[in-house]
Design a protein around this ligand. Sequence first.
Ligand code: SF4
Ligand code: SF4
Length: 356
Amino acid sequence: MTLTSEMVKQAALAAGADLCGIGDMARFEGAPKEMDPRYIFPEATRVIGLVFRIPRGVQRGIEEGIQFYQYPSMAYGGINEIYAPAVLYSLGKLIEDHGYEAAVYRNTGARGVVSDMDGSPGNTLSPEEQIEVMEQAKTKTAHHRSVQFTRPVREGNVAPDLQFHFRLAAVACGLGEIGWSKMFLTPQFGPLQRVAFLFTDAPLEPDPMYSGPPICRRCMACVRECPGQCLSKTESIVVNVGGKKCEWGKLDEWKCYAFYTHAGRKFNPFVPKEVFDKNENGCLDLLEGKAPANEKEIMKVYGALEKYFPTWVGYNMAKCGGCIRACVSMLEKKGGCMEHRFKEPLRTGKAWVMDR
Ligand code: SF4
Ligand code: SF4
């Protein structure tokens, strides 16, 4: 039997994906060499994108400031490590049973030759600095694992591990658009999803690029509610994917990494007040923008503060999520895509902030 796009989509949904889109690999034309997935599987003609929704209730604990582990464990660890790989595995078997290859790519969260955060060179630190950071951090979270020394296996290749831009790949599969916050938005779930991909040489019919009404309202709630002011209101990044213009606000990725994990004195109920007061390990300087938020400084502070909130879920513990919750709240209230999903809104009062 001929394998069709419809069969692939039905199988993906039956296995547990919430959405499935199929893109043409040619839509990656123009991507930087180090982020071009065509190097992973040169014969692939299609990319299959799978969306896994993040249940809104997984963020309830952070929204109330009461429980911070469910979001990283369920929405990061759970989806990236369990749910998505299981669906990729199942879908891959269907494709390979029809004589085509299925190169699966779950979210590794790793940094290869380029950073998965901003596409900048992955190894920004000197070898000595990398070793120093590894020793100081003494942890094995996804980002720490990435400290590495890589080189191409042959001339003309890029060095491993190639990390393509997940959100733009989701755009290439016709699943949605990039919001001002740089989050990937779908009409079905707004910013609440994670994605995984499969590359194949199966000659499937691709989906068109998303051309529905704009999902992002350009309301700038994500800018206003970022505790670290990491997202610019005026400066933007523009790229073209498969003929579709994608534009998002310029994000200071390393600063976001610092705030996402450590959140600062007004948003981190785990670190004793005195630690911030004494500016231990320069944490306050870093989190309040008085010191440069570069990789080396951030990893030093990370190692020092991690004892207060061990990453036992295997992922950085999220304390922020300001942009994603602001976006959900705005899309529910003002409409556009999420206004009919829930009987009650995510947020009924003001977002919390600690008074110190
Ligand atoms: S909060 Fe507003 S501006 Fe930001 S991504 Fe969501 S809809 Fe777009
Ligand atoms: S995750 Fe937090 S720190 Fe990063 S951009 Fe969003 S609100 Fe800002």
